[in-house]
Write a protein that binds this ligand. Structure first.
Ligand code: ADP
Ligand code: MG
Length: 264
C-alpha cells in the first residue's frame, strides 16, 4: 500500500443517475473505494465512463443519487477548503492579475495582504510565472493559465487535490513540464497530499500515480486497481525501458479496450 494506512477519502457505494428526457442514465453504479492519505491516485477510463462525475461528487459539486463520500470520516455535502480542485479549463478571474488570482484563495482563507502576497509569489516562482505576476489572464497562453491554476491550488495547501484532466488541453511539451512539476510538488512535501487525478492518458497515469484505477463503462464501476510501490516509480526517461511498467501499461490499455469493446 502506497498510503500511510489512514483512509483520507472513503467512497461508499456511490451511485449517480442522471435523469433526462431520454430516461435515466446510470453514470456511476455503486463505486466503493478507500483512498489513503498521501496516495497519488490516477483514474483512467474512456470518455464518458463517469470520471468527472466521480470527481465532482468527491469535490462536493454534485450529490450522489445514493451512497456517500466521507473525508476524514465526515460525510461530504458540498465543497470544502480541505479539497482543492483543478479543472481542464481553469477559469481565472479575468479582471484580476495573475498575482491577485492566486492571492484570492489565500485571502478567502483569512490571510492578510502581505502574507498572501508572499505565499502567492512563492508558488508563482515554483511554476515559473513570477515575471507574469502583474499580467492579466488574457495575456497568458493556455499552459501559463494552467500553471497559474496549479499555483493557486497548491498555495492554498489543501490536504486533498482533485484534478480533472488538468493537462488535457495542452500541447505535449507543456504537458510534460506540468506533469513533472505536479509530481515534484507532491513528492517534495513531507506531509504528502492526497491526490485524485483524472486522465484518459495511461502514460500520464504511469508517470504520476502510485495507484491507478480503471473506471469501466456503463454501468460504470472500478474494474482494475493497482498500487505501484514508490521504489518502482518510473521517471520520464526510464518509463519505456521499464519492463514492469510496460507490462502494466499493456494491462491497463487492455482493460480499457476490453471494456470499450464489450460496450459498443
Ligand atoms: P468522463 O468524465 O469519464 O468523460 P462523465 O462523468 O462526464 O464522464 O459522464 C459520464 C456519463 O454521464 C456520460 O455518459 C455523460 O454523457 C453523462 N452525463 C454527464 N453529465 C451529465 C448531466 N449533467 N446530465 C446527463 N448526463 C450526464
Ligand atoms: Mg470528464
Amino acid at each position: 500500500m502506497a498510503g500511510n494506512g489512514t483512509v483520507k477519502v472513503k467512497i461508499d457505494k456511490v451511485e449517480k443517475i442522471y435523469s433526462g428526457r431520454n430516461g435515466d442514465m446510470v453514470a456511476l453504479n455503486g463505486v466503493s473505494l478507500d483512498i489513503m492519505e498521501n496516495e497519488f491516485v490516477c483514474v483512467v477510463g474512456p470518455s464518458g465512463c463517469g470520471k468527472s462525475t466521480l470527481l465532482n461528487i468527491i469535490a462536493g459539486l454534485l450529490e450522489p443519487t445514493s451512497g456517500a463520500v466521507y473525508v476524514d470520516g465526515k460525510e461530504v455535502h458540498g465543497p470544502g477548503p480541505e479539497r482543492g480542485v483543478v479543472f481542464q479549463q481553469y477559469a481565472l478571474f479575468p479582471w484580476l492579475t495573475v498575482l491577485k488570482n492566486v492571492q484570492f484563495g489565500l485571502k478567502l482563507k483569512g490571510m492578510g495582504e502581505a502574507e498572501s502576497r508572499e505565499i502567492a509569489m512563492k508558488y508563482l516562482k515554483m511554476v515559473d510565472l513570477e515575471q507574469f505576476a502583474d499580467s492579466y489572464p488574457k495575456e497568458l497562453s493556455g499552459g501559463m493559465k494552467q500553471r497559474c491554476a496549479i499555483a493557486q491550488a497548491f498555495s492554498i495547501d489543501p490536504p486533498i487535490l482533485l484534478m480533472d484532466e488538468p493537462f488535457g488541453a495542452l500541447d505535449a511539451v507543456t504537458r510534460a513540464r506540468l506533469q513533472d512539476l505536479i509530481r515534484e510538488l507532491w513528492a517534495q512535501e513531507e506531509k504528502k497530499k492526497t491526490v485524485f487525478f483524472v486522465t484518459h492518458d495511461v502514460d500520464e497515469a504511469l508517470l504520476l500515480a502510485n495507484r491507478i484505477l480503471v473506471l469501466g463503462q456503463s454501468p460504470s464501476h472500478i474494474i482494475y486497481d493497482v498500487t505501484i510501490p514508490e521504489e518502482q516509480h518510473p521517471t520520464r526517461d526510464t518509463l519505456f525501458e521499464n519492463m514492469e511498467m510496460m507490462k502494466l501499461r499493456m494491462t491497463l490499455i487492455n482493460q480499457i479496450n476490453k471494456d470499450v469493446t464489450t460496450h459498443i
